[in-house]
Design a protein around this ligand. Structure first.
Ligand SMILES: [Zn+2]
Length: 397
């Protein structure tokens, strides 16, 4: 079964509704596998985290399971329909939540369908027919989550707060330090700011989420955190298999010779090449500052997603070639740059009047070459694989 689009203004979150559902399952139903799948970041009606959830359920009594799912839908999910979600991007049109739930008696993972769901808009009419389904737009994400082939995956351990706790999240400091330093976890801390990335900010029923390369590490980190003396009581917890940090949303690197560098309103940078336009948001940190220092003729390699306006949003960048910087030679007496007197007229020192033949000097520019860079963790997509965590991967890129 899959579930999506239950986020609400009250700070609800699809993972929590899903957790409640699994908690209340009848005794004869066994939960074999839970997953959290991130989807196309440009989808028009995407939810805040843009994630759908799914679980593999096993039972001898499908009729009773379907009756339970139907009851749960009517009682707990349907009332969430129509809530407008808060958004950090004010220019984005706001869609009311339109939950969807799907049940497939038999599922064949579908790599092509999943790929489409990561790179283009999917409509309800494109969905494979479910054995049973409930609701509206959320069926799209729910169906994609069910059909994710999980060829590459990571894990995330999530714990939810008991409903009485609303203020600042309390997590055991020693446990936070332990999980940050242990093998197998990633993105526990923003290396630049030093702040922990385990707890979400603001209104959310999630107490923490710990990302890990394998299930064992996710489970170990989860136990450490929930049993830590300084951690507040939790309503429950679960380990999800997920497509986070897999780079599943990206194609192979594109190479481009830059023709023009345009700085946009807000400090974003648009690179023009003969084939494409590459957009580097100000928030991408080193990518943004590097792009602003590029010059026509420079060659870059980049990975990113094509946005509906056809520009490519840069997520990984490296410089392959820099054109040398040219400048006029200095006057040997005055140490001032010589200036041109016009085409084929030679150069002249404005101070002492020295005249020489027309000439250029070339100097090397100091920008990092042949090294991939990516945005800081806080402005990265959930799907993006961290560069600093995996040298091996960097070499394979
Ligand atoms: Zn001079």
């Amino acid at each position: 079964m899959g579930l999506d689009d239950t986020d609400s203004l009250q700070g609800g979150c699809t993972t929590e509704v899903f957790f409640q559902l699994l908690e209340q399952l009848p005794e004869h139903v066994e939960v074999l596998h839970t997953r959290l799948v991130r989807l196309w970041p440009f989808a028009q009606q995407r939810t805040r985290g843009n994630a759908a959830v799914a679980a593999e359920l096993k039972t001898e009594n499908t009729t009773a399971l379907l009756k339970f799912l139907n009851d749960f839908w009517m009682r707990c999910i349907l009332p969430l329909k129509g809530e407008v979600q808060p958004s950090e991007h004010s220019e984005r049109p706001q869609y009311p939540s339109d939950p969807g739930m799907v049940w497939f008696e038999d599922v064949k993972p579908d790599a092509e369908f999943y790929r489409k769901g990561l790179t283009t808009e999917i409509y309800e009419k494109d969905l494979p027919a479910a054995t049973k389904s409930w609701g509206g737009h959320g069926k799209i994400g729910a169906t994609l989550a069910v059909h994710w082939p999980a060829k590459r995956s990571t894990y995330e351990a999530i714990a939810w707060r008991v409903s009485e706790n609303n203020g600042e999240r309390r997590l055991d400091k020693e446990a936070i330090k332990f999980i940050d330093e242990m093998d197998g976890t990633f993105l526990c801390r923003d290396q630049r700011s030093g702040s922990s990335m385990v707890a979400p900010r603001g209104k959310s029923p999630v107490l923490f989420g710990v990302r890990a390369w394998n299930k064992q590490a996710a489970e170990e980190a989860l136990q450490r955190l929930i049993t830590g003396a300084g951690t507040e009581p939790v309503a429950g917890c679960m380990v999800f298999e997920t497509n986070q940090a897999t780079n599943d949303h990206l194609d192979t690197a594109m190479e481009a010779r830059i023709e023009e560098i345009e700085i946009l309103k807000g400090g974003h940078t648009l690179l023009h090449s003969s084939e494409d336009r590459f957009l580097a948001f100000k928030e991408t940190g080193e990518i943004s500052t590097t792009c602003q220092r590029l010059q026509p003729g420079d060659i870059i390699q980049c990975k990113g997603m094509r946005a509906p306006d056809e520009s490519i949003h840069v997520e990984f960048l490296q410089i392959r070639h820099l054109v040398p910087k040219r400048r006029r030679p200095l006057c040997p007496t005055c140490d001032k740059a010589l200036t041109s007197m016009g085409k084929n007229q030679g150069l002249r020192c404005k101070k002492c009047g020295l005249k020489v033949k027309d000439a250029w000097e070339e100097t090397q520019r100091t920008l990092p070459m042949n090294r991939w860079i990516q945005p800081p963790p806080s402005s990265r997509r959930h799907l993006a694989k961290p560069l600093d965590e995996s040298q091996e991967w960097q070499n394979n890129l």
